[in-house]
Design a protein around this ligand. Structure first.
Ligand code: SOE
Length: 385
C-alpha cells in the first residue's frame, strides 16, 4: 500500500504542466512508497488556475500562495512560478515544514540561493531543484561512463545551449508568457535560463568549475513591456559565452544564445579524455555517442583500425531509467525526464538518501552563473569558491 503525498503546485505555465504530468505519471511506472496526489494548484488569475485545475485533475485551487502553504493538507510545495518568486515562497514553505521542489534556476542569484539552502536545512525538509536533463537516460549513461573510468583523465568539456525564439525585435518582454526576457523577474537571460542547465550537467559529469571568464551580449536593446505597454531597455543577456577551468584541470567552453536561427533547444555537450569521449545532443535525445580509445581497466588501446564513434541507442533495460518504460528500441521523450526526476525524489524520501540536485547543488550552479555574469561585466577571470 502506498502513502498519499499531497502536492501543492504553484504556477500553471510550461513548467506547471511538465511537473503536473510527472505527478500524474510517476506511480503508474515506478513502484514507490509515496503516491503523489494533485491536491491543489495556485496562481493569481482565478479563471486560468481553475481551468488548469480542471484540466490536470487538481482537487482544488488557490489564488494566493500564502494560503496554499498554510494548508495542513499539503505535504509538498512545488514552485513552477517565475524566478523572482522562488525565494519568498521557499522561506515561508520551509518554515511551515513543507517539502519543496523548485524549478531552475533556484534563485535570482547566489545570495538568495544561500538563504534558501539555509532555510530548508534548518527546517530539515526534503528539497530538490528540477534540473530535469540529468534524467535524460543518455545523459545519465554519460555519467555512468565517467564513473566507470572510461573517459580517463579529462581534458576538454564543450557545451552549447542554443535557441532562436527572441530574434524578432517585436517580441515583447514581461508578462505571464515572456517574463524570461524581463531582468527584474528572471534575474538574467540565457545564463540563468539555459546555461544553468549546462553548468549543472557539466559539474555533475566533470566536477566543480573553479574559474570563468565570460562575454555577454544583448542584441535587441529595447522591447515593448507587456505590463506598461511602453518600450523599455532590455537588461538580460541574449547571448553568453564563457571559458572555464575545472578543479580537475580540464578546460571548458560554454556557449548559449536565443539568436541561433534554426536551433530550437540545441543542448549539447562533449567530454574528451585520455581514454575516451562522450557526446550528447538533446535534438537526438536517445543517443549517446561514445568513442573508446582504451580499455578502462587494463588501459590497453583499441586496435586502431577498429576505433570509431559508437551511437548508443539508450533504450535497453540496462540503461538508466529505461526498465521503467517500454521495450528496447522504444524511445521516451522530454516529459519523461521530469517523471524520472520525481521518481528519484520519491526514492530519496523512501531510502533517506536525498535525491540530487538538492538546493545546495542548485546553489553551486547559481554561484557559477553569478561568476559568469560578473565576468561578462568586468571582462576579467572570476574565481568560484
Ligand atoms: C526556455 O525557452 C526554456 O523553456 C527553459 O526555461 C527550460 O529550462 C529549457 O529546458 C527549455 O527552454
Amino acid at each position: 500500500m502506498s502513502t498519499p503525498l499531497n502536492i501543492g503546485m504553484i504556477g500553471y505555465g510550461f513548467m506547471g504542466r511538465a511537473h503536473s504530468n510527472a505527478y500524474r505519471q510517476v506511480s503508474q511506472f515506478y513502484k514507490l512508497e509515496h503516491r503523489p496526489v494533485l491536491k491543489a494548484c495556485c496562481a493569481r488569475n482565478a479563471e486560468k488556475i481553475k481551468a488548469f485545475a480542471d484540466n490536470w485533475g487538481y482537487e482544488s485551487y488557490e489564488t494566493d500562495w500564502r494560503k496554499l502553504i498554510d494548508r495542513k493538507d499539503i505535504d509538498v510545495i512545488d514552485i513552477g512560478s517565475p524566478n523572482n518568486t522562488h525565494r519568498e515562497i521557499v522561506l515561508a514553505a520551509a518554515e511551515r515544514g513543507k517539502m519543496i521542489l523548485c524549478e531552475k534556476p533556484l534563485a535570482m542569484n547566489a545570495a538568495e540561493a544561500e538563504e534558501m539552502c539555509k532555510a530548508v536545512e534548518k527546517a530539515g525538509v526534503a528539497n530538490m531543484v528540477w534540473f530535469n536533463y540529468r534524467r535524460v537516460p543518455a545523459i545519465s549513461l554519460a555519467r555512468q561512463v565517467v564513473d566507470e573510468g572510461r573517459i580517463g583523465r579529462p581534458f576538454h568539456y564543450r557545451a552549447t545551449y542554443l535557441q532562436d525564439w527572441t530574434i524578432a525585435e517585436d517580441v515583447p518582454q514581461g508578462g505571464a508568457a515572456l517574463w524570461r526576457l524581463d531582468l527584474a523577474v528572471a534575474g538574467s537571460g540565457v545564463t540563468g535560463d539555459l546555461l544553468a542547465h549546462s553548468i549543472d550537467t557539466a559539474e555533475w559529469l566533470n566536477g566543480p568549475i573553479r574559474r570563468v571568464t565570460a562575454a555577454t551580449e544583448t542584441f535587441v536593446k529595447e522591447r515593448m513591456h507587456v505590463e506598461t505597454g511602453k518600450k523599455q531597455s532590455v537588461g538580460i543577456d541574449d547571448a553568453c559565452m564563457f571559458l572555464a577551468v575545472f578543479a580537475n584541470g580540464s578546460m571548458g567552453t560554454f556557449e548559449s544564445t536565443r539568436y541561433a536561427r534554426g536551433r530550437k533547444n540545441y543542448n549539447t555537450f562533449e567530454l574528451n579524455g585520455e581514454r575516451g569521449s562522450v557526446f550528447f545532443d538533446l535534438e537526438d535525445p536517445h543517443i549517446l555517442q561514445y568513442f573508446k580509445h582504451a580499455d578502462p581497466k587494463t588501459g590497453a588501446k583499441i586496435e586502431s583500425h577498429l576505433t570509431g564513434w559508437q551511437r548508443i541507442n539508450v533504450t535497453n533495460f540496462e540503461h538508466p531509467y529505461m526498465d521503467k518504460w517500454w521495450v528496447p528500441g522504444c524511445t521516451i521523450g522530454y516529459e519523461h525526464t521530469f517523471t524520472n526526476a520525481l521518481a528519484d525524489f520519491l526514492i530519496g524520501l523512501q531510502t533517506g538518501k536525498p535525491a540530487q540536485p538538492d538546493f545546495r547543488s542548485g546553489l553551486r550552479t547559481q554561484k557559477v552563473c553569478d561568476a559568469v555574469l560578473a565576468s561578462g561585466k568586468s571582462g576579467r577571470w572570476v574565481d568560484i569558491e
